[in-house]
Ligand binder design. Structure first.
Ligand code: GDP
Length: 529
């Protein structure tokens, strides 16, 4: 096999998604420990927004600092190069997570055994399901009292609309937690509750009916396990890798991240079943990772935290070919050639300049304002990657300039923050007033704070009654109906940053009425259709 093909095959790029507190940070940390990428627990900082002592936007600044370090955590395990992409769990940052999910080839979903399926899990899994992203479920905190395994599997199937098959099964739970039976490897892993232990003692059990099992976990627990496994076998489909890769079947593991229990099993299974970099659809064709010519796209932009260095880091997922330092690439949207003298690759806790990167890898490019989220880089081919839509925001406010001497700075700041994907800007057709739309209310504070501290500009907000922004697509832009719509709704029409027409409905009712009145016009809730 050619070296290049080998490099592609050994890469696994994935994200861990969960509702806050389910154990994503803890699990990430244990995975890094297995990879030898960090030496001790506590090295990975949580990207969570903590409520409490500091004000929310200060907390966000703190979190932003952390999220540079945790954007991509890469390590090698058993000759596989693993890239974990960080996904914020806080709902106000859900859009960041959605965008990151366009750059992963698979995901691990973490669920708390006591809380079961929670709100953020539902939303994020839905996005993965719609894109057929392969998912493995990890049920965490088995050292605590929680829901019954079958009940949980049921809940996952129903609430998340998945088809599950357990690849491990808990023996007891909470106080009585004895360990797990690994269906995938056919062995029993006994729980000692010692988190320092990083190599677990496992006992091969080739025959479940053997007395060895009774000796290990006691007769009663052994009988229960036999019954439960039989039941599970009857109820759940057998694991099928094709089905998993196509997003039709989701294997489930049980364990306790905090106790480093069941994590190695998860990781071993993950590297053997999870997909290497997958092909990606562009506006002209599907691009395969093993194609010779480089292509990639920007899924995240991170502004420098240091006010003296105004540059930003654009995160590129490499889809095909090799990305090389100092080589000329085409920035497709700007139709401009660019080369990069110090592309960064990411490791567990540090970044380094790299000469060559391969499909599946993420490189960080220093950017002075050329990139925005969704941009494509190629070796010359005129194609653009799809799939990073903007979603209709939830909150809307007018933004006003509070310092007339600084209007240039304000404009530049707003422009760049929008490129970063912090929020969306809409400009009213009628009078050119600017409206900021965000997913969470926190973002308004962030924008105000960052405009002042990074761009020296001041802004104020003014409330505005908008229920939803919808992207407008007329069947025929010249039709009488569309002209009438534009006339009647002139007050509610705006352009987004890329010049697309947007209808700002002031209530659910008025949106419905408008849809009914203009049946030939489509109203989309995302910018990509
Ligand atoms: P995240 O918000 O999903 O990143 O969750 P964290 O990894 O920060 O974990 C949230 C809390 O749950 C922390 O206090 C962890 O110590 C705790 N936790 C994580 N895994 C386990 C586990 O397996 N058992 C128990 N009892 N607690 C856990």
């Amino acid at each position: 096999m050619k070296q290049y093909q080998k490099e592609i095959n050994k890469r696994r790029t994935f994200g861990i998604i969960s509702h806050p507190d389910a154990g994503k940070t803890t699990l990430t940390e244990k995975l890094l420990l297995f990879g030898g990428a960090i030496q001790e627990a506590g090295a990975v900082k949580s990207n969570k927004i903590k409520k409490g002592a500091t004000s929310d936007f200060m907390e966000i600044e703190r979190q932003r600092g952390i999220s540079v370090a945790t954007s991509v955590l890469a390590f090698e395990y058993r000759d596989i190069k693993i890239n974990i992409l960080d996904t914020p769990g806080h709902k106000d940052f859900a859009e960041d997570t959605f965008r990151t999910l366009t750059a992963v080839d698979s995901v691990i979903v973490v669920i708390d055994v006591a809380k079961g399926v929670e709100e953020q899990t539902e939303k994020l899994v839905e996005v993965c399901r719609m894109r057929n992203i392969p998912m493995i479920v990890f049920i965490n905190k088995l050292d605590r009292e929680g829901k019954d395994a079958f009940e949980l599997l049921d809940e996952i199937e129903q609430k998340l609309n998945l088809t599950v098959t357990p690849l491990s099964f808990p023996i007891g739970m909470g106080y009585d937690f004895k360990g797990i039976y690994n269906i995938w490897e056919k062995n029993v892993n006994l729980f000692t509750g010692d988190p320092r232990k990083d190599i677990e003692e496992t006992v091969e059990i080739s025959d479940l009916n053997s007395e060895e099992l009774d000796d290990l976990i006691g007769e009663k627990a052994a009988d229960t396990l036999r019954e439960e496994l039989e039941l599970a076998q009857g109820v759940y489909p057998e694991f099928d890798r094709e089905a998993y890769l196509e997003g039709r079947l989701q294997p489930v593991f049980f364990g306790s991240a905090l106790n480093n229990f069941g994590v190695r099993e998860l990781l071993d299974c993950f590297i053997s079943i999870a997909p290497p970099p997958r092909p990606k659809e562009s506006d002209t064709r599907v691009v395969k990772p093993d194609e010779k010519e480089f292509t990639g796209f920007v899924f995240k932009i991170h502004a420098n935290m240091d006010p003296k260095h105004r540059d930003r880091l654009a995160f590129i997922k490499i889809v095909s070919g090799k990305f090389e330092r100092n080589k000329n690439y085409l920035h497709v949207r700007n139709n401009k050639n660019m080369k990069f003298s110090s592309p960064n690759a990411f490791f567990a806790e540090k970044k380094e300049v790299v000469d060559v990167s391969y499909p599946g890898d993420i490189v960080g490019l220093h950017d002075t304002g050329n990139f925005k989220i969704g941009d494509t880089l190629t070796e010359g081919e005129n194609l653009m990657y799809k799939g990073i839509p903007s979603f209709s925001p939830e909150h809307f406010r007018y933004i006003n300039n509070a310092d007339p001497m600084k209007s240039k700075q304000l404009e530049k700041g707003v422009d760049q923050l929008m490129d970063e994907g912090v929020a969306q800007l809409f400009v009213l057709e009628l009078n050119g007033r600017k409206i900021i739309g965000t997913v969470g209310a926190l973002q308004f504070e962030v924008i105000q704070y960052r405009l002042e501290h990074e761009y020296g500009a001041k802004c104020t907000y003014e409330n505005l009654n908008v229920h939803k922004a919808t992207w407008v697509e007329p069947e025929d832009p010249k039709s009488e109906e569309f002209q009438d719509f534009k006339r009647v709704k002139a007050k509610f029409l705006a352009k987004d940053k890329s010049g697309q027409l947007v209808f700002l409905a002031d209530s659910q009712f008025s949106l419905q009425m408008t849809q009914q009145k203009y049946p030939s016009i489509k109203f989309h809730f995302t910018s990509e259709f």
